[in-house]
Design a binder for this molecule. Structure first.
Ligand code: GLA
Length: 376
């Protein structure tokens, strides 16, 4: 993360005395689109994130500089002060959500920079939200607990950015721990750290570098499908529903909603299978479930795209243990569980074949599971 340039820029723009905070992006081993269904997720924080220099400025205005974009925004802290720049809305939204929870914030100056690849599905936006929620909570001694900090980031997405996301990304960013994945039950919010050290295997992300801007809001549509089916089933969430229950209401829901729910019900089972397999060191089962998730996300949930299906198929042909689209979908990267000895040949082959077909090489990131939100 770019700590030095952030402090230097802060000094240049606003003078001395800033404090530094950072929050990471995340990966997710399995459990995709399950969070808003009250199900399980299995994320971990990564070594890429956002770093911010901040210092209260004694006024009621925020002056923020996005180093990577070379843009500055200035805004007040009342609802009607919403800034025009999309990136500034994340900071503004976090401030507003904290104020709604009683935080007595003042104005501040800040510079931030990030190295989470945008659009890769590693949640750069959660990293940004968590950085500011965590930093402001410390600087203004608000006493907000870590779960609530994650909810503040999530509420920012809902109320200021138009995405009805679940809690996974913000949770992972705030709670991340070096070397550990976390299994979170998104209904009870209970979670467990799982040391993740798959001897003989590696986790690697292959980023297609495509982002399909679909018309409308496909993420919110997926969520709405799940909520419709849950309602027909008389449940708050799809979590806990069985295929038999789903089949029993098949004629009361659309075919599309049926397929969406079928994916979610299957995914819940797969996360639990993966936990069990991990406890036994059975990475081959973990990998098989990852492939199943990929094709479920592609065919039933329809959040994949041609390029990601291609990458998953190449992984399968190269003898990769498991591969699947990661994150919300509609572009971004695959997460791959690969045996050490297959790593080099898989990466070379994926780059070559992807380039041949789509005219550019995918970007490769080795996964380093790291700590969550922190003061530097
Ligand atoms: C996005 C959302 C998360 C989650 C994933 C899919 O990353 O922000 O809440 O729903 O998609 O698993």
């Amino acid at each position: 993360m770019n700590i030095l340039p952030v402090s230097e820029k802060f000094g240049e723009l606003y003078g001395p005395g800033a404090e530094l905070f950072a929050s990471p992006g995340r990966i997710n081993l399995i459990g995709e689109h399950t969070d808003y269904n009250g199900g399980f997720v299995f994320p971990g924080a990564v070594d890429k994130g956002i770093v911010a220099a901040i210092r209260p400025n004694g006024t009621d205005r925020v002056r923020a500089h996005a180093l990577d974009l070379g843009e500055t925004a200035e805004f007040g802290l009342r609802e009607e002060d919403k800034p025009a720049q999309p990136w500034a809305r994340y900071i503004f939204g976090v401030c507003r959500e904290m104020q709604k929870r009683g935080a007595a914030l003042g104005g501040f100056d800040t510079v931030f920079s990030g190295d989470v690849p945008l659009g890769a599905g590693m949640s750069s936006s959660a990293a940004l939200e968590s950085t500011y929620a965590f930093a402001l909570n410390e600087l203004y001694a608000c006493g907000i607990d870590k779960f609530e900090l994650a909810r503040i980031g999530q509420a920012t997405e809902h109320n200021y950015c138009g995405v009805n996301c679940g809690i996974m990304d913000q949770f992972a960013s705030v709670f991340g721990r070096k070397g550990c994945l976390m299994r979170l039950d998104c209904r009870s919010m209970e979670f467990e750290y799982f040391p993740f050290d798959p001897k003989g295997y590696r986790l690697v992300l292959v980023d297609s570098r495509v982002k399909h801007e679909l018309v409308g809001s496909p993420y919110n549509d997926r969520r709405a499908s799940c909520e419709r089916v849950a309602k027909v089933l008389g449940q708050e969430f799809l979590r806990g529903a069985t295929m038999e229950q789903l089949d029993a209401v098949r004629d009361r829901i659309s075919d599309e909603d049926y397929r969406r729910a079928r994916y979610v019900i299957g995914e819940e089972r797969r996360v639990l299978d993966v936990c069990e397999a991990l406890q036994q060191g059975d990475y081959e089962t973990v990998g098989r479930r990852m492939f199943e998730t990929h094709w479920g996300m592609s065919r039933d949930y329809e959040v994949s795209c041609e390029e990601l299906d291609f990458l998953a198929a190449v992984a399968e042909e190269c003898g990769v243990t498991g591969a699947r689209i990661m994150g919300g979908g509609f572009g971004g990267c695959t997460i791959n569980l690969v045996r050490d000895e297959r790593y080099d040949s898989f990466i070379a082959e994926a780059k070559r074949r992807f380039n041949e077909k789509y005219g550019h090489e995918p970007q490769v990131y080795d996964v380093v599971i790291s700590d969550g939100s922190r003061r530097l």
